[in-house]
Design a protein around this ligand. Structure first.
Ligand code: LIP
Length: 281
């Protein structure tokens, strides 16, 4: 199966249309108080009715265009939702940064990726509050369209000195869970806090961290405990913007969408420096 069969402009414009329409469902409840449920009883892992509604909407729209493709969504609204395989599969996070969405903090986005051989070949991230649309196709570059203006090509930061870098690290839903926090603190945060970088950030949404790297305002983003829908579109967009994606555990191991961890760096030098710092403590 040729990648070109899937990653063409018509697929991209279809996904962009679906993402923008789905974004209206998120924007409709912006600024209001929202009800939520805790996933599996975890008070830090939240889901709203809008997450489910948006996922349902995206699945229905995309299935009308691509009935033979497979679908994976964070909220599992569809019984047909499957494990990631090599077949063409849509990987969808209807609201990445659900906690931000609940708190009306505007770092939240829809993430849609078409994956083949377990790697994204088309990726779209849409923040419907800031009206920022990020997209990439494999080999076709990465772009940002803002407030309906013409799209601009994305390029990662050219900084090659970690000491002049801004780095984002997410705690994810680990708050209140000592084991997970200790691991993140010891292996990621402490080594970086102990190193004179310009600063650490936590945006609360994997997609928004990836996009901060893609547009060059953050030099690297580090997170463990991620799921394929947190990473699929973002990883492609960063890669197409010139970034380097590695696994936290081993910088020589190729990135895996099922690998649950990522370091997205603006370039090879920053990637190597981050790995050196994380392995030095
Ligand atoms: C969230 C991510 C966030 C991560 C959380 C969670 P959700 O996704 O975007 O960066 O730290 O663990 O996965 O649940 O808001 O879609």
């Amino acid at each position: 199966m040729l990648l070109e069969d899937h990653a063409d402009d018509s697929v991209l414009s279809t996904v962009i249309g679906v993402a923008k329409k789905a974004g209206e469902l998120i924007a409709a409840s912006w600024g209001q108080a929202k009800g939520f449920d805790c996933k599996d009883g975890h008070s830090t892992d939240l889901v709203t009715q809008t997450d489910r509604q948006v996922e349902q909407f995206i699945f229905e729209r995309l299935k009308a265009f691509y009935p033979k493709h497979l679908f994976i969504g964070e909220e599992g609204v569809d019984e047909a939702s499957v494990q990631l395989s090599d077949a063409p599969t849509w990987v969808v996070d209807p609201i990445d940064g659900t906690t931000n969405f609940i708190h009306n903090f505007d770092q939240t986005a829809i993430s849609i990726a078409l994956c083949v051989n377990k790697r994204a070949i088309v990726g779209v991230i849409y923040n419907p509050i800031r009206k920022e649309l990020y997209y990439a196709t494999q080999g076709g570059g990465a772009f940002l369209e803002r407030y309906g203006n013409d799209a601009v090509r994305l390029t990662t930061s050219s900084t090659d000195d970690l000491k002049r870098s801004l780095v984002s690290i997410e705690l994810g839903a680990a708050h209140g869970e000592a084991d997970k926090l200790n691991e993140k603190w010891q292996n990621q945060m402490f080594p970086l806090l102990n190193h004179p970088i310009h600063g650490l950030r936590q945006l609360g949404a994997a997609t928004m961290n990836f996009m901060a790297v893609a547009r060059g305002c953050v030099e690297a983003y580090i997170e463990s405990g991620l799921k394929p829908w947190d990473m699929a579109a973002g990883e492609l967009i960063v890669r197409e913007a010139g970034g380097v994606i590695t696994m936290i555990d081993d910088e020589n191991e190729p990135f895996r969408l099922t690998g649950k961890q990522v370091i997205a760096s603006c370039n090879q030098q920053i990637s190597q420096s981050i790995h050196r710092v994380l392995n030095s403590e």
